[in-house]
Design a protein around this ligand. Structure first.
Ligand SMILES: *Cc1c(COP(=O)(O)O)cnc(C)c1O
Length: 412
């Protein structure tokens, strides 16, 4: 008899986004004339800029010529991309990395989901609440949790509430934990962590021989405004972080690659985990082993496209798109603030996190907004128990649609 991995049965069947689709479909069926505006799912909408398209056309043509054809590339990615990443994203911020510390992949979702595999099953996992569900679900699948309670929290996993009181940057856990997931700028709250706040996490990890998995998928959205100066783009801007942190980056949100697929993970040589009897083990060669065994490299077309993000033209064009999304965020923020709502985020991240009015639950507000304004957002409770009573609006929409959605909010 073939037995299923019983850990999968602990996962809720009604995942957040399918439930949103179900309710929107039901509403549309009853109201076929309603013009629905979607500010829900975190996906980009702007087309890829010309510098990236040009690089891809060139890569495609090479693939059609005997001289330029490429078969399997290095599993870790091509040096031309890794060198551009190191020079532009790290060296410019005072962080030196070797080529072998960067692993190119086809997405930060898989990397953040897969990384836990190389650690023992008996490690204690800590996540923020609300949280990007991938971190939790992959640890549940691996067997690092018990069952979920009514609020969706799994026993055995440490949840660190991110609330308005702590500016959505959680306190250090009271329990001793081994594997800590952090995401700044944050999805869904839009919060950022300062250097001092991140230093406390790095110090905790060093003192407790823990490892931080740092998701920096939204670092490009940190603004250049004076009040955002000093917010770290990389966790390696914190002294000692290379000993205790892995960093995940993605071209998905920063350069519109959600359909194209390219990302990378940084695993420093200094990073150590431990054997049961306390012997230090370098993490980099273990991740390399895992990556090469289960992954055959990102598409060479995607990697050529990603390298174009770092050219002078590419940088300018990508920056313009980020500014377009962030002007959406500013409009959402200012409109809702004027309406007297409590709003967070939207300054250094493409998400606005709002407190639902009149003590509505997250799903009550979802239904209310869909019905009265025909606007779709994301219920905060879908990201964790501490997200109850909050709601996420994404700034990744078309500016005209965002403006129209804000007019509808004013009429509520
Ligand atoms: C969108 C997103 C990613 C990026 O995932 P890809 O697989 O690279 O598209 C990673 N982390 C968070 C928190 C995200 O919201």
């Amino acid at each position: 008899m073939i037995k299923i991995n019983a850990n999968y049965l602990k996962l809720e069947s009604g995942y957040l986004f399918p439930e949103i689709s179900r309710r929107v479909r039901a509403f549309s069926a009853k109201n076929p004339d309603a013009k629905i505006i979607r500010l829900g799912i975190g996906d980009v909408t702007e087309p890829l800029p010309p510098a990236i398209i040009e690089a891809m056309h060139k890569a495609v043509d090479q693939m059609g010529s005997r001289a330029g054809f490429k078969g399997y590339g290095p599993e870790q990615g091509y040096d031309f991309l890794i060198e551009a990443i190191i020079a532009n994203d790290y060296k410019s911020r005072g962080v030196s990395l070797e080529n072998t510390e960067v692993f190119v992949s086809d997405g930060a979702k898989c990397d953040t989901g897969n990384f836990q595999e190389i650690f023992g099953i008996d490690n204690v996992v800590a996540v923020t609440d609300p949280v990007y569900p991938v971190y939790v679900d992959t640890n549940v699948m691996a067997g690092r949790s018990g069952d979920a309670d009514k609020t969706g929290r799994f026993s055995g996993i440490i949840y660190m509430p991110a609330t308005a009181d702590n500016n959505f940057v959680p306190e250090l856990p009271k329990e001793k934990v081994d594997l800590i997931y952090l995401c700044f700028p944050n999805n869904p709250t839009g919060a950022v962590a300062t250097k001092q706040q991140l230093k406390r996490w790095v110090d905790y990890a060093r003192d407790n021989k823990a490892i931080i998995l740092f998701d920096a998928a939204y670092e490009a959205f940190i603004s250049d405004n004076p009040e955002s100066i000093g917010i770290p783009h990389s966790i390696y801007e914190i002294e000692g972080a290379k000993e205790v942190a892995v960093e995940f980056r993605s071209f998905s949100k920063t350069a519109g690659f959600t359909g194209l697929r390219c990302a990378f993970t940084v695993v420093p040589k200094e990073l150590k985990a431990w054997t049961k009897d306390g012997k230090a083990v370098e993490v980099n060669p273990i991740w390399n082993r895992r990556h090469c065994t289960k992954f055959n490299g990102a598409s060479c077309i995607s990697q050529a496209a990603a390298a174009a993000v770092y050219t002078a033209q590419g940088k300018k064009q990508v920056r313009k798109i980020i500014e377009l999304y962030m002007s959406n965020a500013a409009l959402i923020r200012s409109t809702l603030e004027k309406l007297g709502l409590q709003v967070y985020g939207g300054v250094n991240a493409p998400y606005v996190w709002l407190k639902t009015p009149d003590k509505k639950s997250s799903w009550e507000f979802f239904d209310y907004l869909l019905e009265k304004a025909n606007v779709v957002g994301t219920p905060g409770s879908g990201f964790g128990a501490a997200g109850e009573g909050f709601f996420r609006l994404s700034a990744f929409g078309n500016p005209a649609n965002v403006a129209e959605a804000m007019e509808r909010f004013k009429k509520l």
